[in-house]
Write a protein that binds this ligand. Sequence first.
Ligand code: CMC
Length: 431
Amino acid sequence: MTENQTLTVRDNRTGEEFEIPITDGTIRAGDLGKIGRTDDDPGLAVYDPGFTNTASTRSAVTYIDGDKGILEYRGYPIEQLAESSTFLEVAYLLIHGELPTREQHDQWVHEITFHTFVHENLKSQLQGFRYDAHPMGMLLSSVGALSTFYPEARAIRDPQVRHDQIVRLIAKMPTLGAWSFRHAQGKPYVYPDNDLSYTENFLSMLFKMSEQKYNPDPRLAKALEVLFILHADHEQNCSTNAVRSVGSSEVDPYSAVSAGIAALYGPLHGGANEAVLKMLKRIGTPDKIPAFIEGVKRGDEKLMGFGHRVYKNFDPRATIIKKAVDDVFEVTGVNPLLEIAQELERIALEDDYFISRKLYPNVDFYSGLIYEALQFPPEMFTVLFAIPRTAGWLAQWLELVDDKEQKIARPKQIYTGDRTLDFVPAAQRWA
Ligand code: CMC
């Protein structure tokens, strides 16, 4: 078996044959570069827009089997983590690679809790935004600005410096996210309350008004905790790739993470749950569902919240979120859109169009309903994704920084433009 782990390639341009090793189901692009290489020709390369079939790294952070609907962080199934862990414990697991001892856990939680405040000048920066600024724009620029408050963060080879910035980033994201939310409402920013848990404190900074102490409903805090766990990492997606690509220049982690936030901001990445909500509102009542489904099958539109590039079976995160929906609605009252969502799901899962294309509900099908029940406007949905994903981005960034095989990201291109034109100065061209 092992001796057959090669690929024989015959270059029909020259008749030459090459034997290329196969490791872990991949060949090295550099080995292909030996094919056809001459003094004038750099050799064969791979053309793969969107990196749909190119492994950019080895990683031990997150495992996904899309056909079987499996998602694991550091080997632990997402179902078990969502059921029995906390977001901060999961963040520790992602960053450190193993579960914490009691002492490690307590110290980690203490460190994160006592770094939640941000410099007052950053508050002034946020206050300078227009009244209708999108909270994701505010978040990405304020995370980028953090690098100016901690210039030592540039020492990315120093483990202690790295640790300090990781703690700061995970700790300050809820503060910056909540303040971006309050800004749009013209409400005063609420300072962190270090007596509360990570998600309770976030809820307090979002919703506290004149009361001395904000006491979030534990069921809502728990539901948010589960959503944070589900969104903490998802291997080499667009934003993680952005963090790794920018991080490969050895810039500080604040700048790398702000690149990840920028990537997440895009509607193809972080915005589908908002689209689900709009779709459910447009359908309006269950009797309109059959006509809507027929429209989808005719190709008039998509059933948003269904289908996934990687999952060709149930998205395991969708199954968990469905359970959290019940807990949230117990507190907030049932959103009438839930009935439409459930009926849509029931019909779609019995319909050959969806079955044959392996289209199942994804993470976004139910999460928008929860966010709306928690009184978030749609613009905040992506912020709620960015806060927990920071743990995953940083785990992947740490892996990158320590990976001896990594180099500055610099893809090739196939040049399609003109060559060796003679430049005619403007005065002559315009004469
Ligand atoms: N509704 C109706 N038909 C669909 C849908 C859908 N939601 N998704 C895919 N199809 C059809 C598609 O038209 C194609 O049909 P045909 O073979 O007849 O041309 C077939 O299924 C295969 O689809 P595809 O576009 O080749 O699949 P993809 O892997 O390129 O796209 C996707 C994946 C997520 C972009 C797509 O399923 C989609 O647009 N879904 C709706 C948007 C959505 O819910 N996005 C959230 C993704 S989960 C968040 C995350 O993890 O980042």
